[in-house]
Design a protein around this ligand. Structure first.
Ligand SMILES: Nc1ncnc2c1ncn2[C@@H]1O[C@H](COP(=O)(O)OP(=O)(O)O)[C@@H](O)[C@H]1O
Ligand SMILES: [Mg+2]
Length: 265
């Protein structure tokens, strides 16, 4: 059986096994501390938001931590039917984050009239991620389906299985890079021309490979194409994507040409 399996398939299985092992370790390791984690990392208000989302039926269980970033933590959760969910909780204590956030929110016509205290800003940031996911999804860009948002907590479709996130492009190069590149070019166009937003942090780190197709995520910083930084951001996204796929020997569309295609000139 094993020898008829391609090397790639074997590698993929080994990779998945390693991820599951890591997850199990994380769970046994973290579960005892989980209560403490939820209690220490999150303020009272955040805990109330999580309970509220549980009471309104969006969330049934909050399991282990999937990712612990500077600005947010992503948890593996489940709904009543046992379906996996990703629960992204923005940390209200990240000072760096507060400074960084302003430039994206100001200048976006969708978010004029917002209050500037920390909790309000972080809440806007989470709403922005939710709204960007919805707009991308409506434009037929494959993203985690948005499910609910409340204050600094975003619930979305879990990309992966049983608490193990699908690998990012960075972690696992695609088997068919030409096909994946083409899809990402299509997504860039749809994001710009249909959803009228620019991702702004697109790279191999923020694209997962799931069931053979790329899934774009981490869209909290994405801005309207009218934002003063939009042009700079789309060019940077294009450069990042082209660089990555060039390294995989894909004959990429030159940056300038791709830019024109994406913005529709
Ligand atoms: N919807 C999701 N499904 C599964 N895993 C996810 C999901 N969203 C995020 N993750 C995991 O959490 C990590 C960090 O998420 P991301 O949205 O990029 O947050 P950050 O802002 O901290 O970079 C991702 O690399 C991925 O492994
Ligand atoms: Mg990220």
């Amino acid at each position: 059986m094993l020898d008829i399996m391609s090397r790639k398939a074997q590698e993929r299985i080994a990779h998945t096994e390693r991820r599951i092992e890591r997850r199990d370790k994380m769970l046994t390791h973290d579960m005892s501390k989980e209560r403490a984690t939820v209690e220490e990392v999150f303020d009272q208000a955040t805990r109330m938001i999580v309970f509220d989302l549980m009471n309104s039926g969006f969330l049934y269980e909050l399991n282990g931590v999937v990712s612990s970033g500077k600005e947010a933590r992503v948890y593996w959760g489940t709904d009543k039917e046992g379906k996996d969910l990703a629960v992204k909780i923005y940390l209200t204590s990240s000072a760096e984050f507060k400074r960084g956030m302003h430039k994206y929110i100001e200048g976006d016509p969708r978010f004029k009239d917002v209050k500037h205290d920390t909790r309000s800003l972080i809440s806007v940031w989470a709403q922005k991620e939710f709204r960007n996911l919805r707009e991308a999804d409506a434009a037929k860009v494959r993203v985690p389906k948005p499910i609910a948002v409340k204050s600094n907590v975003v619930i979305m479709e879990f990309i992966g299985k049983e608490g193990v996130s699908a690998p990012s492009l960075k972690e696992q190069a695609p088997v068919n890079p030409e096909k994946v590149y083409k899809l990402i070019v299509t997504y860039l166009k749809r994001l710009y021309q249909k959803a009228k937003i620019v991702h702004g942090d697109l790279s191999e780190y923020n694209i997962m490979m799931w069931r053979g197709r790329p899934v774009v995520f981490d869209v909290s910083q994405s801005v309207s194409i009218q934002h003063p930084l939009a042009d700079f951001m789309i060019k940077r996204d294009i450069t990042n994507v082209n660089k990555f796929f060039s390294r995989l020997q894909v004959k990429v569309i030159p940056d300038e040409e791709l830019y024109k295609m994406v913005v529709g000139k």
